[in-house]
Design a protein around this ligand. Structure first.
Ligand SMILES: *Cc1c(COP(=O)(O)O)cnc(C)c1O
Length: 387
């Protein structure tokens, strides 16, 4: 048709996981027994009591309407209670909490309320692609914070020049990190908050993996003094309760930012389906044994995969949180070369670190969303590859 797409649209890189998915489908079409450590989508079902709560809500006509608003009062109250019991963070459910259609929705629309053309948005690199693409969509300038082994895979905030910080509108943080699994401590968040106050920018903290940990529970950004003056935190049901398909999350923290993000979203969608919000209420208020069982499951998989990879000579640091293993590529192979060799010679799908940002070059990412028997099979195949 020869359409002239918008300049912003033309600047979008292909969504990296879509590329991987195409390669995976091709191998499957060729009849190969593919084992996928690719996209971070839990393989386990949503816990039964959550599904049952949604079924009951489906039968109730009062939940059949436009949701509008900040989310059901019951939903926001459940979030406030959970944030308090899990993190000792006290929030006003009326002004500081808002439901969103998965945290991706909340993250990707934040820019519209905050970013003017040319404003700088700081983001971890490698990182979740949405921070970058939504910056491009608002003509903001993405500025990469490299995640390096020597800094424990956390952004080195001291390395950002003052000239950049002066033009910064948003600092994205993500702890536990996808893809490096790094976890930020109080001192790290405190430094970020100091900078945000000094240079007057907003901190958006993506806490999608806060409940997937194997040692000390990660802290909330909002538990650090001053955080609610400068930022908000995004939470998601996707990973914690195996609910990726349901599209439910929330953002919370600074009331002014929460309200602005809410106003932006009102113009794009009309809120998360209330029956789905009721599933969220059941998840947060219900027994949390499903979450500890999930942690145990991922821990066993982590130990099997990391132990096996290390035995084969791969270099990695064993993750303490998230369900990702961030592994160095074999000497002489780029991220993409490594991933392609794994698909072609062993029908194993992984993500090239470089697809998550240029500073991810030299690494590949395994997601622990694969049962143990399949991890064992994958390790057998890996042992046969010659590098
Ligand atoms: C999976 C993931 C999310 C969650 O997205 P939802 O839209 O809530 O499903 C957010 N951030 C990161 C870094 C993720 O990996």
């Amino acid at each position: 048709m020869g359409l002239n797409f918008s300049r912003r649209f033309a600047k979008l890189p292909p969504y990296p996981f879509a590329e991987i998915d195409r390669k995976k489908k091709k191998a499957i079409a060729e009849g190969k027994d593919v084992i996928s450590f690719g996209v971070g989508d839990p393989d386990q079902p949503t816990p039964k009591h959550i599904v049952e709560a949604a079924k009951a809500a489906l039968d109730n006509p009062k939940f059949h309407h436009y949701p509008f608003d900040a989310g059901l009062a019951d939903f926001r109250k459940a979030v406030a209670k959970w944030m308090d019991s899990r993190f000792h963070v006290s929030l006003n459910p009326d002004t500081q909490i808002r439901a969103c259609i998965g945290s991706k929705d909340g993250i990707s629309h934040a820019h519209l309320a905050l970013v003017n053309p040319g404003d700088i948005v700081l983001m971890p690199n490698p990182g979740y692609p949405v921070y970058f693409t939504s910056t491009v969509f608002t003509d903001g300038k993405p500025y990469a914070l490299p995640l390096k082994d020597k800094n424990g895979f956390l952004p080195d905030l001291d390395a950002v020049p003052a000239s950049i910080l002066k033009k910064t509108k948003i600092l994205f943080l993500n702890s536990p990190s996808n893809p490096t699994a790094a976890v930020a401590d109080e001192a790290f968040f405190a430094k970020a908050i100091r900078l945000a106050k000094k240079y007057k920018f907003v901190i958006l903290h993506d806490a999608a993996y806060s409940e997937i940990y194997f040692g000390k529970p990660p802290i909330s950004f909002l538990s650090v003094p001053g955080a609610a003056d400068v930022g908000v935190e995004y939470h998601s049901f996707s990973k914690t309760y195996n609910m990726t398909g349901w599209r439910l999350g929330w953002f919370c923290g600074n009331a002014e930012i929460v309200s602005a993000l809410g106003k932006t979203k009102e113009n794009f969608d009309s809120g998360a389906f209330e029956a789905v919000q009721m599933a969220g209420v059941a998840a947060l208020n219900g027994p949390q044994t499903c979450v500890s069982d999930m942690r145990q499951l991922y821990k066993e998989r982590r130990d099997l995969l990391c132990g096996g990879l290390e035995k084969l000579g791969w270099k990695l640091s064993v993750p303490e949180a998230s369900f990702y293993v961030w592994v160095q590529t074999p000497k002489g192979y780029s991220s993409v070369e490594t991933v392609e060799k794994l698909i072609e010679e062993a029908s194993l799908v992984t993500i090239p670190g470089s697809a998550l940002g240029k500073h991810g070059e030299g690494y590949i990412r395994f997601a622990l969303t694969v049962p143990k028997e399949r991890i064992a099979a994958a390790l057998e195949r890996l042992a046969k590859i010659l590098w």
